[in-house]
Structure formats: structure tokens, C-alpha cells
Design a protein around this ligand. Structure first.
Ligand code: PLP
Length: 440
């Protein structure tokens, strides 16, 4: 069936984070994926500028991961994870605990970044309850942050458009973001603005530390267009959290497993959180999975307050927490990350990527370019009264010219696969440059 010529066949699907009416009038269909490229339904090859949705750093359709998934599907398709276990979940938890920085060595499995965010929030609030401070329920996030779409993450997140349709959320407040005009066109972490961290002190003073469970931040905000922490900012956030005994949660759904050129954003910034969320690249995007890592201290607090031994200490979990097929995919992904030295590959390609993305400076409507590791964003001037329109138009032009890039708000976002070659980066930014030159 050629879906391109049968638009009526597109009617049943309510597409996520998509302009459904526009898509159904102008379908952009992907039918195959290999390495750093997609094949479109019309037969064209497109360079993948975002590793899927920041999740396929090892390249698409890796045979090693496919084989592990296929084997697991026939050996044990599913086993429940409540009150019984299966070995792959324990093996994967041990592997993640070994990789993670600091004492983040207790691992809880979820199925997505959004579930990881809400699990982390529940862990933080539950922690204070079992410690005898149940009034610590508030979570402090940041303006422009993205922590997924479930109610906890949505509330702590700071993207207005994702919140306003859905009414009240959980108890949260927000620090300002760190997108400063003074840092426009910075390469890597911006130099100015570490003092923005001090605004956390004001928020703590406003609510009183005794009401705050946690501060939740992304090492860098990906979905809002690679908004980076100024040098020294995150260390200061850690110090302020420590001063008031507030837990620090890093949402590493995008930054986990190499995107920054280090295994985790925490490693790249030299700051270790108390709780870390993961998803996306944990299975190279093949099978939905997420994880939340917590310190032994947090885990032990639940165990110590857990009552009789048969009682459930943390009443939370998903039917598919630690799904055996997802675990098989994740274990195979970790093997590929190691055997292909993918984190070092990302770090090696990062300077080339930096030069390539900054070569777009001076093209029409480009008002900022930001990058860190293998992540980058180009910010475009807003068409008056039509936020997001210009980036959306450029995204479409790129699609027509042979590149998949992501538009979000007024930004174009880039995250090539760690296995990309310099030629892939050249092709990607060549297409983006052409599209920008045509942009009105
Ligand atoms: N947290 C962060 C930092 C993200 O970037 C994302 C997705 O982009 C999420 C959470 C949500 O992940 P998911 O779409 O898997 O629910």
C-alpha cells in the first residue's frame, strides 16, 4: 500500500506532538532506517540529524541488538516483575550501577523518559515521607525544562505550551532558564551566567526548604533547544541543594550514554545528583525502556521504614518494568557502546560538529547557535505573531532536500549518531544551510 497516495488512510492515527492536520495533508513517511539514514516512502534517502529523537546514537537497525531481541522473544517473551524476578533485569541493573557516577547504584526500571521523571519525583517525595518529613513535597524545576508529559514531569517542566491545556499539576516552582543573550553563539558551555544558580536561594527562601523535596534539572535542556548551563552553574546548584538537604535529580534522558562526549551529563559537568533518570539511548531506541538510578542511602531509607518483611516498600512500578525483551535490548546496547567505543567516538566527532553547526552563523534569521558534545541547536528569529513557524518551514525544506532535523519552538535541533562520519555531518549542514538560505 502506498500511503503517500492514500491520505484517507491516515485518518485513524492521532499523532503525538504533531501538527496532525498539516501532516495528513503533507505526509512525511519513513519506511526504513539504517546507520545514520532513513528511507522515505518515496524512495529517497535522508540523513538523520537527530538520532531518531535523540535515542539511536549507535546508528539504526543494529544487527547485534536485533539478534538479542529476537533471541529473547522466543526464550522468554515476558515475565512479571512484581514479587517475582527475571535474571536480565538484575544483570542490567548491575551494569548500569557500575557505569553510573558516584553512589547511584540502585536501579528502578520504567518504559520511557516521562515515566522515569514521574518515578524520580515519587521517589524523592516518598524518601522524605519515610524519613519523617512528609511536608517536603515541592519539586523545583526550571523554565524551559522538559521532563516528559506525565503529570509530575509536566508540572516540574517549564515549557508553557505543554502545560496550559491540562489544568493543575503537582506542587512545583521554577528557577529561571539559562538562555542568556550575552552568551549567543557560544561554543560549548557558555562562560557567563553562573550566578543564575543563586536564584535557587530566592525560591528556597520563598517556600522554605522544609517544603522542598527536590530540585530537578536536565544537565542541558535538549527539547527546548540545547540550553546549556553556564560554566560553574551546576556545581553551585549542587552546593545550594546540599546546604538545605534538598535532593538533586538529574534528568539524563537525552544526556545519558554518551551524548555529551562522556557517559553521562553528570560526568561531563563534574556534578553527581542523588537521583538520575535515563531512557532513550538505553536500548538505542529499539524497545521502549527507562530507568531511575538512586543512591543506596535513598534505597535504604525505604527499606528501613518498610515495616514487616512481606510489605512492599515503594508502592510503584509498571507491568513492563524490567521487561525481559527491553533488558535484552539494553544489554546488547551497552555491549555495542563498549565494543564500538561509542562515547569516545562521540567526543572525537564533537569538535567537527561544533565547527559545522557554527558555520551557519550569518545565514538568514539565525540569531543563536549552541552546541555541547554531539548536541546542537540553531535558534531562528520568530515570525511576528507566529512562534515556531519559521523553524517548522525550515524543517520541511530540509525534509524535501534530504535531511531529517527536528524543529521545536523557534529552534532547529541536531544530535547526530555517534557513529556518524564527517561526511554525514557535512551533508546534514549543507542541506540545512541551503534550506536557511531559502527561508523567508
Ligand atoms: N526527559 C527529558 C530530558 C527528555 O528530553 C524527554 C524526551 O525528550 C523526556 C524526559 C520524555 O521522554 P519520553 O518521550 O520517552 O517519555
Amino acid at each position: 500500500m502506498n500511503l503517500m497516495t492514500k491520505p484517507n488512510d491516515l485518518s485513524a492515527l492521532w499523532m503525538p506532538f504533531t501538527a496532525n492536520r498539516w501532516f495528513k495533508a503533507h505526509p512525511r513517511m519513513i519506511v526504513a532506517a539504517k546507520g545514520c539514514t532513513y528511507t522515505a516512502a518515496d524512495g529517497r534517502t535522508l540523513v538523520d540529524g537527530l538520532s531518531g529523537l535523540w535515542c539511536c546514537g549507535a546508528g539504526h537497525s543494529r544487527p547485534e541488538i536485533a539478534a538479542a531481541v529476537a533471541q529473547q522473544m522466543t526464550a522468554m517473551d515476558y515475565a512479571p516483575g512484581f514479587q517475582v524476578g527475571q535474571p536480565l533485569a538484575f544483570e542490567l541493573a548491575n551494569r548500569l550501577a557500575e557505569l553510573a557516577p558516584g553512589n547511584l547504584d540502585r536501579v528502578f526500571f520504567t518504559n520511557s523518559g516521562s515515566e522515569s521523571a514521574d518515578t524520580a519525583i515519587k521517589m524523592a517525595r516518598g524518601y522524605w515521607r519515610v524519613k519523617g518529613e512528609p511536608q517536603r513535597t515541592k519539586v523545583i524545576g526550571r523554565s524551559k525544562a522538559y521532563h516528559g508529559v506525565n503529570f509530575g514531569g509536566m508540572s516540574v517542566g517549564g515549557i508553557a505550551g505543554n502545560r496550559k491545556m491540562f489544568g493543575g499539576g503537582i506542587d512545583a516552582d521554577h528557577m529561571p532558564h539559562t538562555l542568556l543573550a550575552a552568551n549567543a553563539f557560544s561554543k560549548g558551555l557558555p562562560k557567563k551566567g553562573a550566578e543564575k544558580a543563586e536564584e535557587l536561594e530566592d525560591i528556597i527562601a520563598l517556600h522554605d526548604a522544609s517544603t522542598i523535596a527536590a530540585v530537578m534539572v536536565e544537565p542541558f535542556s535538549g527539547s527546548a533547544g540545547v540550553i546549556l548551563p553556564p560554566e560553574g552553574y551546576m556545581k553551585r546548584i549542587r552546593e545550594i541543594c546540599d546546604k538545605y538537604g534538598i535532593l538533586l535529580i538529574f534528568d539524563e534522558v537525552i544526556t545519558g550514554f554518551g551524548r555529551t562526549g562522556q557517559m553521562f551529563g553528570a560526568d561531563a559537568l563534574g556534578v553527581t545528583p542523588d537521583i538520575m533518570t535515563l531512557a532513550k539511548m538505553i536500548t538505542n531506541g529499539t524497545i521502549p525502556m527507562g530507568a531511575v538510578l538512586a543512591t543506596e542511602t535513598i534505597y535504604d531509607a525505604f527499606m528501613e521504614a518498610g515495616g514487616p518483611e512481606h510489605a512492599v516498600e515503594f508502592p510503584h512500578g509498571y507491568t513492563y518494568s524490567g521487561h525481559p525483551v527491553a533488558c535484552a535490548a539494553a544489554l546488547a546496547t551497552l555491549d555495542v557502546i563498549k565494543s564500538d567505543d561509542l562515547v569516545a567516538r562521540a567526543a572525537k566527532l564533537a569538535p567537527y560538529f561544533e565547527e559545522a553547526i557554527h558555520s551557519l552563523k550569518g545565514l538568514p534569521h539565525v540569531e543563536d547557535i549552541r552546541n555541547f558534545g554531539l548536541a546542537g541547536a540553531v535558534q531562528l528569529e520568530e515570525v511576528p505573531g507566529l512562534p515556531g513557524k519559521r523553524a517548522f518551514d525550515v524543517f520541511q525544506k530540509c525534509w524535501d532536500k534530504g535531511a531529517y532535523v527536528r524543529c521545536g519552538g523557534n529552534t532547529l535541533q541536531f544530535a547526530p549518531a555517534f557513529v556518524a562520519e564527517t561526511a554525514d555531518v557535512d551533508r546534514l549542514f549543507g542541506i540545512v544551510a541551503d534550506a536557511l538560505k531559502e527561508s523567508v
